[in-house]
Design a protein around this ligand. Structure first.
Ligand SMILES: *[C@@H]1O[C@H](CO)[C@@H](O)[C@H](O)[C@H]1NC(C)=O
Length: 472
């Protein structure tokens, strides 16, 4: 009897402790609206998650519960890429409930926030990214996946009432590596847990994501074949040069000889000029080039700037990051968001990532197991991105379909945002292809950051995906 009483007391104590554990992370709504000059009515939690068992590694997170009936809606973890870039971009520039007006430091409410249909977590990962901190150890895709799993477990310890909800992973760019590798960690973790302790992972959604070894690996960067196809097909280089690219493609995919380096250089020169003066936006080939430079930055506006990992390319060329720097480097905002002294000065993409070990296999090899575990996959692509272009994504999806003999459930077709177009209500928003277990879609005239360029479209397809609805 006594033992039972003790256990019950212990259980209820630890339970109430758990439920209360997130209260200190709640952001003061009055202050938030004052500092950001908005009228946000929802909740926001801001704080840290333990990314290792000891808690010496702490990952910063933002959590926005869904606007209404949050406990009846799915929960999505969002990861931006890099490696090294902050997921606050996702919250403040892409799909959060308040976002920057283009090219400014002013917030506005986002009608198309993903919090309309889901609970949104944004996690800064791994160590040294954004406000996340920990020991300065060597990092890799493998270690990142392990940290992310621990952070996720800690999230559900803090917010146990969200644990049973359908859970989705979403990511962009190098998130194309983070998301499948974390998925694999979750599959392995779940296989060792009792049913009520498992993470309820239902699906993953990746936008312009690094996947195939021919996309974002160091090997691939020496001859970026899919980028060259993207700029060739869009006439950013001459026909002669594009023919030259195609004539060496096979050979350069295998061995990077001098001719491959030479042709890469010619492509870059044709796009931005020999003197590199042209500010072409690689993230959205037809988009404007924002030139705001944070204090102390030696930003280069080069088309292939981020690929160089040099000191003079510390923020993505042409990206609209003014608002992020303005707010996230201010002490007022650090206080508002409970940022600890241990957290570094915020940067959009950490430059401490020179030693990060990327898996030369990318994440392509993980899809077989992911699909076998019936985790639904949405791969979407803004079709005017020249960083992780649609050409590469279509290349590997085609390869995957052949390799795994995936059935085509519904063939390539246009998709629509019904009746919403001003000029022509039937203008398509892109194209979609449903394979067994994997949907691929393009978003017409969107760049690397789809929810930034096409807010309404992004909200619509993501809501459909989590609700398991397909386009006609
Ligand atoms: C939330 O609920 C309010 C009040 O019922 C409603 O006006 C609003 O449209 C709802 N918002 C969403 C995103 O469901």
């Amino acid at each position: 009897m006594k033992i039972i009483v003790t256990i019950t007391t212990f259980l209820s104590l630890s339970l109430s402790f758990q439920i209360g554990a997130h209260e200190s992370d709640i952001v003061d709504n009055i202050m938030l609206n004052q500092i950001f000059n908005i009228n946000y009515q929802g909740d926001l939690y801001s704080g840290y998650l333990k990314a290792d068992k000891e808690g010496t590694t702490q990952f910063y997170y933002l959590f926005y519960p869904a606007i209404n009936d949050s406990l009846e809606k799915p929960i999505i973890l969002w990861l931006n890429g890099g490696p090294g870039c902050s997921s606050i971009q996702g919250a403040f520039n892409e799909n959060g409930p308040f976002v920057f007006k283009a090219g400014t430091s002013e917030f506005e409410l986002n009608k198309y926030s993903w919090t309309n249909f889901a609970n949104m977590i944004y996690l800064e990962s791994p160590i040294s990214v954004g406000f996340s901190y920990g020991p300065q150890v060597e990092q890799s895709d493998e270690s990142t996946a392990k940290y992310n799993l621990q952070a996720l477990i800690d999230f559900f310890n803090k917010f146990p009432e969200y644990k049973k909800l359908p859970f989705f992973l979403a990511g962009e760019s190098f998130g194309g590596v983070y998301v499948p590798t974390l998925t694999k960690e979750i599959i392995d973790y779940n296989s060792q847990q009792s049913a009520d302790n498992r993470i309820n992972l239902q699906g993953l959604a990746i936008g312009n994501g690094c996947t195939d070894p021919t996309e974002c690996t160091h090997e691939a960067w020496q001859f970026q074949i899919h980028v060259f196809h993207q700029v060739g097909r869009h006439n950013f280089i001459s026909e002669q040069l594009y023919e030259k690219v195609r004539s060496v493609e096979k050979q350069c995919n295998e061995v990077k000889t001098d001719i491959c380096t030479q042709i890469s250089k010619e492509v870059e020169e044709q796009i931005i000029g020999k003197d590199q003066k042209i500010k072409a936006n690689q993230y959205n080939m037809y988009g404007p080039c924002y030139t705001y430079t944070p204090e102390g930055s030696k930003m280069a506006q080069r088309f292939f700037g981020m690929r160089q990992y040099t000191e003079d390319a510390d923020i993505p060329a042409c990206a609209d990051i003014q608002g992020l720097y303005h707010h996230l480097r201010s002490n007022k905002v650090r206080n508002l968001l409970h940022i600890k002294v241990e957290s570094p000065e915020w940067e959009v993409c950490s430059r401490k990532f020179v030693d990060y070990k990327e898996n030369p296999k990318g994440s392509y090899y993980l899809y077989k197991e992911i699909l076998k575990n019936q985790i639904r996959v949405l791969i979407y692509s803004g079709d005017v991105d020249a960083v992780v272009p649609v050409t590469g994504t279509m290349f590997w999806i085609n390869k995957l379909q052949t390799e795994l003999s995936l059935l085509t459930l519904s063939p390539w077709r246009p998709w629509y945002v019904e009746g919403q177009r001003e000029v022509d209500p039937n203008q398509n928003a892109g194209y979609v292809l449903d394979l067994d277990g994997l949907t691929f879609m393009t978003i017409r005239n969107a760049g690397h950051m789809v929810p930034l360029d096409k807010r309404e479209e992004a909200e619509i397809f993501m809501e459909k995906f989590v609700k398991k609805e397909y386009f006609p």
